[in-house]
Design a protein around this ligand. Structure first.
Ligand code: CS2
Length: 501
C-alpha cells in the first residue's frame, strides 16, 4: 500500500516508514532562513546540510522556501506538509532520505510583497540564494548589475519598490527595510556557481541600492550589519522526472509528488562570516575555510567548465545524457585535455589538494548512468554559464601567445547548439537547451554574414563573453573554424582538430 509522504506528526507516532527516513527528527523550532530559488539543487544540497545540522544541534533554522514563478513544487510541498524525499542514486544502488526542514513556501511572482516582508522579518537571520547564474541579472561583460534590464528597471522604479521581481531587487529592498526599521543584522549567502559568489552578490545589491538612490544611512548599515560569505557548492542534481517518483515509491512505499534525485557526492566549502548566527552545517559535512576562492575556481572550471564541453559535444553527437556523452572516447579525450592543459594550470591549488584524485572522481561522477543527467540540462543557459567558466582561463593562455584549443572548442560547440547556423540541424538534445540569449543570437545571425560574422559579433567587446576575447583575433578565428568543422564534419572531427592543433 502507498501512503502519501506527509504529516510528520501523525505518521511518526505510528511508526510509519517516514520516521526512519527523516534526517531532522523534530520540526525546526522556528524559521531563521529564507531561501530564494526552491529548485532541486537547494532541496538536495543546503536543505540536507541544514537537516543534518538540526539533528546534531536543534534550533530555529527552519527554511521558508521561495519559488520564483512555478507553483508546481510549492503546491506539491504544501500538500505534503513541506516534506519531500531526496533520492540518492549511485551505480551500486539508491537510497531515500527526507530532510524535513522547510517550514513554509511562497511563490515570488504571485506575492512579491510577502517575499520582501519575509526577507525583512527580524526573525530571518540568513537569506540563501540558488537562483542560477541567470537569476543575478549581471550585465554581459561588466560583472555589474544590468541596470538596463526591464525587470531591474521595474524594481528600481519607486512606484513598484514594494513589489520587486528580481532576486537582487528583492534582497536590496528588504535590506533597505531592515536598515530603516529594526536594524537586525543578517547574512546573505549565495549558493550559485558564480565566481566569488558572495562578493559578487554584495556588489550587485550595492549597485541596486545606489541606482535606486538609497540613503547613505542604508549603505552604512549594510556595510556594518550584513555579510555576504563566499561559498563553493557542489552536487549533481538532475531535473525530476516520473521515473524518480516511481523509484521512491518502490523503495519506501511513499507517494511523493516532488522528489529530488541526486548523486551521492556532495560538497560545500564556505567562509564563516555570519552576521547573526548559523546552523551547525559542519555536522552535515560543510567545510568552513578562508580559502574558498581556490575551491570555487577548481569547481567552476574543472567540473562546470568541462561539464559544459561534455554536454555540447555530447548533444551534437546525439547523446541524451552526460554519462553517455562522456563514454564516447573523443569526448573523454577532449574533457581530459581541457582540464589538464587549460583549466588546471589556471588555478593556484590549495596546499595538499590532490588534483589527480579530484579529476578521477569527476570522471566517476560523470559516469553515473543511473542518474541520467541530461546534456540538455547542463547545456542550458550557456550564455550566462560560460562567462563564469571560459574567458579567464582562455585569456591567460592567449596572453602567453598560445591558443586554448579546447576552450575555443567549448565556445564553438555551444554556438552550434544554440545559435541558428544556416543549413545546420544540431539535433534534438541541442534543441531542448534553453538559453536566455537564443533570441539575441538569432538577431546577431540575421545582422551578420556567415560564421565569421556571427562569431565576431558574439565575441565582440560588450558581447556575451566579456570585452577581452575580441583582442585576440586568433581565438575568434579558431572558434569560427571549429564551428565550420562541426557543421561540415561533426563534433568528433572538431575535437580531433583541437587535439592535433
Ligand atoms: C552543471 C552544474 O548545469 C550545469 O551547468 O555544470 O549544474 C553542476 O551539475 C553542478 O554545479 C554540480 O555541483
Amino acid at each position: 500500500m502507498t501512503t502519501t509522504i506527509d504529516s510528520r506528526a501523525t505518521r511518526l507516532g505510528r511508526g510509519a516508514p517516514l520516521a526512519d527516513l527523516l534526517v531532522a527528527p523534530a520540526e525546526p523550532a522556528g524559521t531563521g532562513i529564507v531561501h530564494l530559488g526552491l529548485g532541486n539543487f537547494h532541496r538536495a544540497h543546503q536543505a540536507v546540510y541544514t537537516a543534518r545540522a538540526l539533528r546534531a544541534e536543534p534550533g530555529d533554522w527552519g527554511i521558508l522556501g521561495v519559488a520564483n514563478r512555478s507553483r508546481r513544487v510549492v503546491d506539491a510541498l504544501r500538500a505534503q506538509d513541506h516534506l519531500y524525499s531526496v533520492l540518492e542514486i549511485s551505480p551500486s544502488g539508491s537510497s531515500v532520505t527526507v530532510p524535513g526542514v522547510h517550514t513554509g513556501t511562497l511563490v515570488a511572482a504571485e506575492d512579491p510583497a510577502a517575499v520582501v516582508a519575509a526577507l525583512a522579518a527580524p526573525s530571518t537571520r540568513i537569506v540563501t540564494l540558488s537562483v542560477t547564474e541567470h537569476g543575478y541579472r549581471i550585465a554581459p561583460g561588466t560583472g555589474r548589475l544590468d541596470l538596463a534590464a526591464d525587470d531591474v528597471r521595474h524594481d528600481l522604479d519607486p512606484r513598484t519598490a514594494g513589489t520587486p521581481v528580481t532576486t537582487v531587487g528583492q534582497v536590496a529592498r528588504a535590506l533597505e527595510r531592515r536598515a530603516l526599521g529594526h536594524g537586525e543584522p543578517v547574512t546573505v549567502l549565495s549558493c550559485d556557481n558564480l565566481q566569488a559568489n558572495g562578493s559578487t552578490t554584495r556588489a550587485l545589491v550595492l549597485d541596486f541600492l545606489t541606482a535606486s538612490g538609497a540613503e547613505q544611512d542604508v549603505l552604512d548599515w549594510v556595510a556594518a550589519s550584513v555579510t555576504f560569505p563566499n561559498s563553493m557548492v557542489d552536487r549533481i542534481v538532475p531535473a525530476t522526472t516520473a521515473r524518480y517518483a516511481d523509484e521512491v515509491r518502490r523503495l519506501t512505499g511513499l507517494a511523493d509528488a516532488a522528489p529530488v534525485p541526486a548523486e551521492r557526492f556532495t560538497m560545500w566549502v564556505l567562509e564563516d562570516r555570519f552576521a547573526a548566527g548559523r546552523p551547525a552545517w559542519e555536522h552535515g559535512g560543510a567545510v568552513f575555510s578562508d580559502d574558498v576562492e581556490a575551491y570555487e575556481l577548481i569547481k567552476l572550471r574543472l567540473l562546470n567548465g568541462t561539464h559544459s564541453l561534455i554536454a555540447y559535444l555530447g548533444a551534437l553527437d546525439g547523446r541524451e545524457t552526460i554519462p553517455d556523452a562522456r563514454a564516447q572516447s573523443f569526448v573523454e579525450r577532449a574533457a581530459r585535455a581541457v582540464i589538464a592543459e587549460e583549466y588546471l594550470p589556471s588555478i593556484t591549488l590549495p596546499d595538499g589538494f590532490d588534483a589527480d584524485a579530484y579529476v578521477a572522481q569527476l570522471f566517476d561522477r560523470w559516469s553515473n548512468s543511473a542518474l541520467g543527467h541530461r546534456t540538455s540540462q547542463v547545456g542550458s543557459d550557456g550564455s550566462v554559464k560560460l562567462p563564469q567558466r571560459v574567458p579567464a582561463p582562455a585569456l591567460r593562455i592567449l596572453r602567453q601567445g598560445a591558443v586554448p584549443e579546447h576552450l575555443a572548442l567549448t565556445v564553438a560547440a555551444w554556438l552550434c547548439c544554440v545559435a541558428p547556423i544556416d543549413g545546420f540541424d544540431p539535433g534534438p538534445h541541442a534543441a531542448a537547451m534553453t538559453d536566455p540569449a537564443r533570441e539575441h543570437l538569432a538577431e546577431l545571425a540575421r545582422q551578420t554574414r556567415g560564421t565569421d560574422g556571427l562569431v565576431e559579433a558574439v565575441l565582440a567587446p560588450g558581447g556575451l563573453l566579456g570585452d577581452e576575447l575580441a583582442d585576440h583575433p586568433e581565438f575568434v578565428a579558431r572558434v569560427a573554424e571549429q564551428v565550420r568543422t562541426i557543421v561540415a564534419h561533426g563534433p568528433c572531427a572538431a575535437a580531433q582538430a583541437a587535439a592535433e592543433a
